[in-house]
Design a protein around this ligand. Structure first.
Ligand SMILES: Cc1cc2nc3c(=O)[nH]c(=O)nc-3n(C[C@H](O)[C@H](O)[C@H](O)COP(=O)(O)OP(=O)(O)OC[C@H]3O[C@@H](n4cnc5c(N)ncnc54)[C@H](O)[C@@H]3O)c2cc1C
Length: 670
């Protein structure tokens, strides 16, 4: 099947508007006869479900949590981008578009990113109208802060709880529709397959996670909004339940999977503490607005700190290496995540890591606290304020901005980050890869859509901070509701889709057979045993930096692990009850296939771009020496993989990327 991105013709500024003017619409009376399934009620799925129901469609929404409010989106801390230019610092639709394409290392589709920048401002208006309590400045206007990879302040935020507040907004919009009967909500239901009839997505098979019952649900179109697959690494900042099953199942039924190797390793996470850890914690990127990242200049100081004979606060300014400010003077501590993560790894690999495992750098707020303290002393007319007073005043400002994040850090690490610098290290955080979609957000299966982190669409090889929430809500509130209508306008005479057909019989049987296999396979090893092993392979051989030899080994190792899993996995309990081990088994089985495709994709892409760093592709000379080396001549394409059985048999389809409005350049943050 040829890949057609369906990008409308015409100048980039007009594409979306002209497209909306020309698409087919469904009249309100007909919408009442059309059903749409939305799998996932995080920010992407929640906003889509609410909007589609408001438009008049009958929506069935599914989530494996006990409430949409518990979707992983709730974890988002730092903020959401929009080019409102409230700061008057030169922001514009073009600049957001440009920053996002550049930030993604020129591996995203221009037309999609431009549309995202266009609708970004609507998102803020929508959310404010819902009552989302964005931070405001002294005069009562919406406040902004900066995130990495940009030179303007365009990030709207609600303390360190932006995702939670946005999700409450989407959830209230959903609840209105649930109360009206326009959304039927299926909490604690896991979609385990999609059902295709005559090549079109017409329903899903879901398991009721409380009773274990397998259910059939039909619709005229199916939307997947199931989040990202970062947990293929076992340890990540994602919620423990985040998984790839819905995306992987549709891949197996014909949806191409794009750029699986593009993973975001976030630079500011609390370092791993030991082998029994099951989760990593993010320290929001917003902290890089005020925190300065450093390691000691001298190795003797590193060793003294590790031994405990020196404290970081004992080191003078001259004894500290603020390596991001040194290497990237233009962006400093606000370089994009991929750049900051690799720079931390470089320092730690060189022996400068400051914790016992040598895998930590400092994120220090001392300068910011002092700077704010001096300003506050002036504002409050305190002459000759003592150092303590200045610190106290400054700390209050930092606390007001990031208090909940500091509290979280102290609870986990048992150190007071107002008094001693935080220790941070990169960790898996987000997946730019995902299900391939065209401009309409439709997958390669007709009537099957994919939105939010689950698709590959807008971030290229690296996502800029605060742009996942923007994309999820753009997809759900402002893009899908138009594009899906164009498709559904052909379905107004179709009538109810029956679930009593051979296609539903077959899909249900496949799901039941697999569940029955798990509960009857009396193996000896737990699901987590396999998940951890997979995570180790992924981190060591397909992690922050990758090479040909390691990737080839990863492919062999993952295949062998998968074979062992199917022989020896032990799933206690039965199928007809609430059984979290059974849920995990299905998810890890899918990760074991996805992981291999990931490594295969990374092997194919013999260039360094964004979150994908190939050791064979590094700048050897000049100002950029040591930086990642992109290869536009051979790799300016989206890799879209078609499922053919084993991951090793997957077929690569290339969507060549055209850059008409942005010039491809060396990505420099110096
Ligand atoms: C700690 C942390 C902080 C972050 N901070 C920011 C930030 O400040 N700004 C920013 O822009 N981004 C941030 N991100 C990224 C952002 O939060 C996510 O990319 C985004 O929330 C994903 O939203 P989503 O709706 O696509 O998926 P999710 O929120 O992951 O929702 C997935 C939904 O799908 C459902 N689901 C999944 N599989 C199935 C299935 N098989 N059957 C039924 N239901 C299923 C789940 O129940 C859930 O409802 C952060 C991420 C993390 C981990």
């Amino acid at each position: 099947m040829a890949l057609d991105s369906k990008v409308p013709k015409g100048p980039i500024n007009d594409k979306w508007t002209t497209y909306k003017d020309k698409i087919d619409l469904v009249n309100p009376a007909n919408k009442r006869h059309i059903d749409i399934i939305v799998v996932g009620t995080g920010l992407a799925g929640g906003s889509a479900a609410a909007t589609l129901a408001e438009l008049g469609y009958n929506v069935k929404a599914f989530a494996y949590q006990d409430s949409p409010r518990r979707a992983h989106s709730i974890a988002a801390q730092g903020g959401i981008n929009a080019s409102k230019n409230y700061q008057g610092d030169g922001d514009s639709t073009y600049r957001l578009f440009y920053d996002t394409v550049k930030g993604g290392d020129y591996r995203s589709r221009e037309a999609n990113v431009h549309r995202l920048a266009e609708v970004s401002t609507n998102i803020i208006d929508q959310c404010v109208a819902q009552g989302v309590p964005f931070a405001r400045d002294y005069g009562g206007l919406l406040d902004n802060r900066s995130f990495g990879g940009v030179l303007v302040s365009r990030t709207f935020y609600a303390k360190g709880q932006t995702g939670q507040q946005l999700l409450l907004g989407a959830y209230s919009a959903m609840n209105r529709q649930i109360a009206r009967g326009k959304i039927e909500m299926f909490n604690r239901h896991e979609m385990l397959d999609v059902v295709k009839v005559d090549g079109k997505a017409r329903g899903i098979i879901a398991r009721n996670l409380i009773t274990g019952e397998i259910e059939r649900h039909s619709a005229h179109a199916v939307v997947i909004a199931s989040g990202g697959y970062g947990n293929v690494y076992f340890l990540s900042t994602n919620a423990m339940g985040s998984n790839a099953t819905a995306a992987w199942k549709i891949h197996k039924k014909g949806a191409y999977f794009a750029n699986p190797c593009y993973t975001q390793i976030h630079p500011t996470c609390i370092p791993r503490s030991g082998d029994y850890q099951s989760k990593l914690t993010l320290m929001s990127e917003s902290l890089r607005n005020d925190g300065r990242i450093w390691v000691p200049k001298n190795i003797e100081d590193v060793l003294a700190i590790r031994e405990g004979s020196k404290k970081p606060t004992d080191l003078s300014e001259e004894e500290r290496d603020y390596y991001l400010e040194r290497r990237y003077p233009a962006f400093g501590n606000l370089v994009p995540r991929d750049v900051a993560s690799r720079a931390a790894k470089e320092r730690c690999d060189a022996g400068y890591g400051v914790n016992a495992t040598g895998e930590a750098v400092y994120l220090d707020f001392e300068s910011a606290i002092t700077r704010y303290g001096i300003e506050q002393a002036k504002i409050h007319n305190i002459d000759n304020a003592s150092e303590e007073k200045i610190y106290e005043l400054g700390q209050a400002i930092v606390e007001a901005k990031y208090g909940n994040l500091f509290q979280m850090y102290e609870k986990i690490v048992d150190q007071n980050p107002y008094k001693t610098p935080m220790m941070i290290y990169p960790a898996v955080h987000y997946t730019m890869g995902g299900v391939w979609v065209d401009y309409n957000l439709m997958t390669t299966v007709e009537g099957l859509y994919c939105i939010g982190e689950a698709n590959f669409s807008d971030h290229g090889a690296n996502r800029l901070g605060a742009s996942a929430l923007m994309q999820g809500l753009a997809d759900g509130y402002f893009v899908l509701p138009y594009t899906i209508g164009d498709y559904l306008s052909d379905d107004i005479r179709t009538g109810k889709i029956s679930t009593d057909t051979k296609e539903f019989d077959e899909a249900e049987k496949e799901v039941s057979d697999r569940i029955n296999f798990f509960v009857s396979n009396k193996g000896t090893k737990s699901v987590d045993y396999f998940h951890k092993k997979l995570g180790n392979i992924m981190w060591n051989k397909a992690g922050m930096s990758r090479n040909e030899e390691g990737l080839k080994e990863a492919i062999v190792d993952i295949k062998a692990l998968r074979e062992e899993f199917w022989k020896d996995v032990k799933v206690p309990g039965t199928a007809k009850e609430m059984n979290p081990e059974l849920e995990k088994a299905g998810r890890v089985a899918d990760f074991l296939e996805l992981g291999e495709l990931f490594a295969k994709d990374a092997l194919d892409r013999n260039e360094s771009c964004g979150g994908h760093f190939r050791e064979e592709s590094v700048e050897l000379d000049g100002e950029q020496k040591g930086e990642a080396k992109r290869n536009d001549k051979d790799y300016a394409y989206v890799s879209a993989w078609e499922y053919k059985g084993e991951p090793s048999d997957a077929i690569l389809h290339k969507e060549e990327l055209e850059f008409k409005d942005i010039e491809l350049k060396q990505r420099s943050y110096k």
